[in-house]
Write a protein that binds this ligand. Structure first.
Ligand SMILES: NC(=O)c1ccc[n+]([C@@H]2O[C@H](COP(=O)([O-])OP(=O)(O)OC[C@H]3O[C@@H](n4cnc5c(N)ncnc54)[C@H](OP(=O)(O)O)[C@@H]3O)[C@@H](O)[C@H]2O)c1
Length: 412
């Protein structure tokens, strides 16, 4: 369907903070011969971005498209085999492009961490994308690639050992250092506003299976709410507290399980937490972090503090400095028990600010994976997840790019 396209990959939003980083990653890492284009709503700003990308990008075509103009969006969707979008907030700007890519049979990847937007995308585009053979993949950044590939690798490791299904599986963030951009803050605030304004939307966000392909068929595993306060976890033998993006990642991982026919297991209980260790300060640190998260959430809902925050937000296009991006990092462990009593440990790590340096690698490699690794991709189309759309092919690419992704048995 999409073999005759003018381009292999086009980056929509190339003038924004994350888009510039993704374009820069592709300019530095895509092999010669991969046809890449930059898209956005201003030809001049695109030309400025391209000029700063160096020789490799000098001939890259520029495509003008505005998310508010369906004709330009449809043309964008037909121009490339893979469209990568960093035009957010996605709930404001995203759905038209997803619909256009689904209809055109064009693969699509983005950085959305917005549950409501992804739910809308599933409801509106699943059937069209599946019929047209398009892979629509949300969450190809720090939300939710480490979580989603980590769970997949654990599943494969347990399967290879004939160790049964995954059961209690907990992702623990043991180190996280980085910054945040104006675009990410705008996306978070936008979803918060929508949730506050509508009880129905609030229910969707709170549902652990919010992104399920078949909600009625999901198992009933009791209380699966995300953690909201620090406590000592006897199984992990450390203090754990909430992880700020558990609300999106857990839903994506559960969708991956369901899209694979619940291959991880029907008793797959998945959660994500921040680890605070075992030292004497751990409970205090955990309580302080949990309280800060609650205060931030409450502040977003309180008129005067919300108005102040809106005024203090950085300008669009701004984000963490080069030094913050370079010195950032993340370290994640995923602890799993299987139905046959095996214990497994997943390790996912990368140097570089998670939301921007590491994320631009993840989205850039996702684009190349969808465009170039088709023979290795799972035979699936529709609104997918990183694990179900790209799976082990993406894990291999990220390892080659210097990220650690591993899963191994630790006891009988
Ligand atoms: N999940 C993750 O790990 C992760 C990490 C990083 C970012 N993100 C997400 O990525 C998104 C972008 O973040 P960011 O920091 O790069 O934001 P940003 O700097 O504000 O960039 C937004 C981009 O969208 C473009 N845009 C805005 N309105 C448009 C329209 N009507 N038509 C076409 N393009 C339009 C802007 O173009 P102009 O230059 O013309 O204004 C700009 O290129 C956010 O939703 C954020 O949450 C997610």
């Amino acid at each position: 369907m999409s073999e005759d396209r003018e381009l292999d990959v086009v980056v929509f939003g190339a003038t924004g903070f994350a888009g510039r980083l993704v374009a820069g990653y592709l300019a530095g890492h895509a092999l010669g011969g991969v046809r890449i284009g930059l898209a956005g709503r201003s030809a001049q700003r695109l030309a400025d971005v391209r000029a700063r990308l160096g020789e490799a990008a000098a001939e890259w075509p520029l495509l003008v498209a505005d998310s508010a103009d369906p004709v330009s969006v449809a043309a964008l969707a037909r121009a490339a085999r893979v469209v990568v979008s960093t035009v957010g907030p996605y709930r404001v700007h995203g759905l038209g492009l997803v619909e256009a890519c689904a209809a055109a049979g064009t693969d699509y990847a983005d950085l959305s961490g917005e549950v409501l937007f992804i739910r809308d995308s599933i409801d509106r585009c699943q059937d069209v994308a599946a019929d047209a053979g398009a892979r629509i993949v949300h969450g190809c950044g720090f939300d939710s690639v480490p979580s989603d590939l980590g769970a997949l690798l654990l599943h494969h490791a347990a399967r290879a050992d004939d160790a049964g299904d995954l059961q209690d599986t907990t992702l623990v963030v043991t180190a996280l250092k980085g910054g945040v951009s104006s675009g990410t803050l705008a996306s978070m605030l936008g979803q918060q506003d929508e949730v506050r304004a509508s009880a129905e939307r609030r229910q969707v966000v709170q549902d652990p299976y919010a992104l399920s392909p078949d909600r009625a068929a999901e198992p009933n595993l009791g209380d699966e709410r995300d953690l909201d306060w620090v406590h000592y976890d006897g199984d992990l033998r450390m203090w754990v507290g909430p992880f700020v993006v558990a609300g999106i990642n857990t839903r994506v991982v559960r969708r991956s399980n369901a899209l694979q026919g619940w291959a991880y297991g029907r008793q797959f209980r998945y959660r994500e937490v921040t680890g605070f260790g075992t030292g004497p300060a751990a409970p205090m640190l955990g309580a302080a972090a949990s309280a800060a998260l609650k205060a931030a959430e409450a502040g977003l809902g309180f008129g005067p503090s919300r108005a102040l925050l809106d005024r203090l937000l950085p300008e669009p296009g701004q984000g963490p400095s080069e030094k913050t991006r370079r010195t950032g990092l993340f370290r994640i462990q995923i602890h799993a028990r299987t139905s046959a009593g095996g214990r497994y440990l997943g390790t996912i790590e990368a140097q570089g600010d998670p939301g921007y340096a590491a994320t631009s690698v993840m989205l850039g490699e996702s684009a190349l994976c969808l465009a170039l690794d088709r023979d290795r991709l799972p035979d699936r189309a529709g609104v997918l997840t990183p694990a179900t759309a790209m799976g082990l092919a993406l894990a291999d690419r990220l390892r080659s790019a210097g990220h650690t992704l591993a899963a191994q048995r630790i006891t009988q």
